[in-house]
Write a protein that binds this ligand. Sequence first.
Ligand code: SF4
Length: 150
Amino acid sequence: MTEKPRNVCTCGSPKLMVYSCSGASNVGQLANDIAINIVESGRGSMGCLVGLGALVSTMVQNAKAANNILVIDGCAVKCGRKTLEHAGLTDFDNVVITDMGVKKTYDLKGDRGRVSDLTNKVIAKIAWVKPLTIRDGSTEEDPGCCGGKV
Ligand code: SF4
């Protein structure tokens, strides 16, 4: 199978697909902020977790085409992980914010001062990341999560 550089999802760099649970808690929102930081650092692109959960076909196809996927969950319920598994994805890495010493609360703006430190910790965990590629057969015309607006 021939591989080629990923260039269809134009919302970020070609290295990694990142999904965040973005849950209704401090840690869920921290997960989202960390995902944004990773994208803004040029390490990858962010995918729509809810789109995967809804089994939107193009989003599932794009996720399955990715070489590397990181799922950031806020807490041990691991909704992000379960969502990817629901969509048929099994080959991904998963980090959980509460495993990094943050206590879950329902203050949506809580612990924002820790975003930078936590981002660095998550990035350290994904230092192995290789360039993300898509395989032949992927829907190159499909803009994926960002709708090709960027
Ligand atoms: S993993 Fe935890 S924080 Fe994230 S959506 Fe699920 S319950 Fe909420």
